[in-house]
Design a protein around this ligand. Structure first.
Ligand SMILES: Cc1cc2nc3c(=O)[nH]c(=O)nc-3n(C[C@H](O)[C@H](O)[C@H](O)COP(=O)(O)OP(=O)(O)OC[C@H]3O[C@@H](n4cnc5c(N)ncnc54)[C@H](O)[C@@H]3O)c2cc1C
Length: 384
């Protein structure tokens, strides 16, 4: 006989695990299916997140989770750069392999079943319940949570995908407390290159961009930084930059995290926004079960939208701007940023809601002129 759960979650990463944790905490039988052989592996993440975000996710990171604290961010165009003080925002670098395992442990202690090397093959509905076919056999459930990441959303719109590559490196040019971001519209169209330190001389270095060969671009970026380095790990992963789906809920199927497009359209950061998606989804499914009323499922999308919708709309506009700026325009905007603005941004910026910083940085007369030429009057929605 097929094993029976109230809820099955396909995907054992941040969004699926947080959903499972909330469900199990409410006493609901839930299984998480993870196709890989280990939770948190392969890690396809820079691990950059704010302590505030981690706290809001209900986590006190274990010692092995925190890799580094970031003091500053340096942002480069071809001929200019500026620096932001990141200390007030308490930005840290986490080890996603350890972080995801910590969430899995929380969920398991609450009563969730975590199954690794167990891929969901198909889901079908018959007699009001879901039949979930997996590589480990058949399961049945009343509610199904799709937390399968970009793999689940990719077929919806291929133009919403950028290719990324990220390597873990030992290199003397990696400064232990400085994140670096490099814009170059020719090399990384619509995105950037990044260096995220995990220690002095050690970190995660990546690139993403539209229609680029990410592996080749990253190799050339790393070589341009200096000849002495060793690569200890390579990952290639698509990132979704089109923002959230219209609807996160279809009957009793609930979509969370990257699978629902809950990643920031500008930076593809998703630990916080996808994690919160999982939490809101888990709570609303638990409430629907408890009250025997599926209308409760709608609360998930309402709560996520209340927190992130406005921010994501601004980020989508910022993305449209970024996709059309050439290197000359980026240089012009960077050179126009007065130093007092940088202090202001460092003081009031919020890592989880970039639009606050962006609004300030784009508020100079030169930036408004350049952005207005591209966005027209929509620029007001970005900087007002
Ligand atoms: C290169 C890169 C760097 C990034 N850096 C950052 C960063 O610094 N900060 C930040 O906040 N975000 C970052 N992100 C984004 C962040 O990693 C994601 O937004 C986040 O992991 C999304 O979590 P998720 O649970 O929705 O999906 P995912 O983490 O993609 O997890 C989906 C899970 O589902 C599993 N799965 C897929 N199909 C099946 C199936 N059929 N059956 C069972 N399991 C299945 C997968 O194996 C995977 O474990 C980065 C992303 C990339 C690609």
């Amino acid at each position: 006989m097929a094993a029976d759960y109230k809820v099955i979650v396909a995907g054992g990463s941040v969004s699926g695990l947080f959903a499972a944790r909330e469900l199990a905490a409410a006493g609901i039988s839930v299984a998480v299916l993870e196709e890989d052989h280990e939770i948190g592996t392969p890690e396809h993440c820079g691990g950059l997140v704010s302590m505030n975000g981690i706290r809001n996710l209900g986590m006190v990171p274990d010692a092995g989770v925190l890799q580094n604290t970031v003091k500053r961010a340096r942002v480069f165009s071809k001929s200019h750069d500026f620096e932001l003080d990141a200390q007030k925002q308490q930005i840290v670098v986490i080890d996603r392999r350890a972080f995801d395992k910590q969430i899995a442990f929380q969920a398991q202690r609450m009563g969730a079943d975590i199954k690794v090397r167990c891929a969901m093959r198909s889901v079908s509905k018959g007699s009001g319940r879901y039949a979930v076919s997996t590589t480990e056999g058949e399961l049945v459930c009343d509610y199904f949570v799709d937390a399968r990441g970009v793999a689940s959303i990719i077929h919806r719109n291929r133009t919403g995908i950028l290719q990324s590559a990220q390597y873990e490196l030992y290199a003397p040019w990696i400064e232990h407390d400085t994140v670096k971001v490099m814009f170059d519209s020719e090399k990384y169209p619509g995105f950037f290159a990044w260096i995220i330190p995990t220690a002095d001389g050690c970190g995660k270095v990546g690139v993403a961009g539209r229609s680029i060969n990410a592996a080749r671009s990253l190799q050339s970026f790393i070589s341009s930084m200096g000849s002495r380095y060793s690569v200890t790990r390579k990952i290639y992963a698509p990132i979704w930059i089109m923002g959230p789906l219209e609807s996160f809920v279809d009957g009793r199927t609930v979509i969370v995290g990257d699978a629902a497009g809950q990643t920031k359209p500008t930076t593809a950061g998703g630990i916080y926004s996808c994690g919160m998606g999982g939490i809101f989804a888990g709570k609303s499914i638990a409430s629907a079960i408890e009250r025997k009323d599926d209308a409760e499922l709608r609360r998930y999308q309402q709560e996520w939208s209340l927190l992130f919708r406005e921010e994501f709309q601004k980020m989508l506009l910022a993305r449209r701007l970024l996709e059309r700026l050439d290197n000359k325009a980026i240089d012009e905007m960077f050179s126009a940023i007065p130093s007092d603005k940088l202090g202001e941004v460092s003081a009031v910026g919020d890592f989880d809601f970039h639009s606050i910083a962006l609004t300030k940085l784009l508020g100079t007369r030169t930036a408004v002129r350049v952005a207005k030429a591209i966005l027209g009057n929509e620029i007001r929605r970005l900087i007002d």
